[in-house]
Design a protein around this ligand. Sequence first.
Ligand code: TRP
Length: 327
Amino acid sequence: MKRVLSGMQPSGRLHLGNLVGALRNWVSLQEKYECFYFVADWHALTSNYQTPSVIKEYKEDLLINWLAAGVDPEKSVVFIQSKVLEHAELHILLSMITPLGWLERVPTYKEKKEEIKDRDLDTYGFLGYPVLQAADILIYRAEYVPVGIDQVPHLEITREIARRFNFLYRKIFPEPEPLLTEFPKVPGVDGRKMSKSYGNAIYLSDSPDIVRQKIMTMMTDPARKRRYDPGNPELSPVFQLHKIFSSREEQEEVAKGCRTAGIGCIECKHVLLKNLFLMLEPIWEKRRYYSEKPELLREIAEEGSRKARLVAQETMRIVRETMGINQ
Ligand code: TRP
């Protein structure tokens, strides 16, 4: 079985966009690959070192959401980056062979520095973010990395670092490929892409009442000012959510109802809510289950980290031998 690896930063709560865009894919990959999924808590520290306590909170929430969405610790290795110290050792060795220019050119580096003004990113750790990510991936000699399109530059630099290592010493690292899957874009309640930084997200941790309130106050086609004004469903973010969460027939029904003013926006939203609740209820139930069992969560993370460590230690043995150090 080929090996898949991916991670998420515990830097915010997970929302429907993360569920549709990443988590569902992680769950289905478990059937065909040997999967390693980890909480990238050191990565979260690169941009949140001033407030490490928030990371702790999000770390647990992340694990709960993964398990609730169907990541199965019997099938996949689920672990915490900071519990596998070998990532740090490989990171420092890879940092020796990574030219500064490669890091300065990474688009996410420049963009984040432009975008984030409320936190300091002028650190060595933040510049080295992609080297740490390369270590995360290469230490498991993973072949595929399911990520969003924004992570492709990090995968490119990972391959370049692997190639440089293989060239300088000996070929031990495969060059990992991103696994990009087409996902529908999930709009937030204001119609823009769902994102924690826009304040328009529906979180997996939202209660049913909050989800209901967020949907019921959501924007629709602005042309439908009154109940009997016909609308264009394509202009309504509510309809975009129907396309993801409702059946074909229901989509056709609400679209027709919108165009002919046969149904009102409230009715249309009720259909969406019914489907959202159907999908979310089992997740909410499992979230409750795991939230009440912090020891079980800790055990799962410990056991996964132990399994990850075995692989990471073996890679580090080979790396040290290849570089001729610590012998
Ligand atoms: N940079 C990734 C993100 O922000 C998180 C991450 C860290 C990761 N290490 C990784 C993803 C290794 C895939 C593989 O989404």
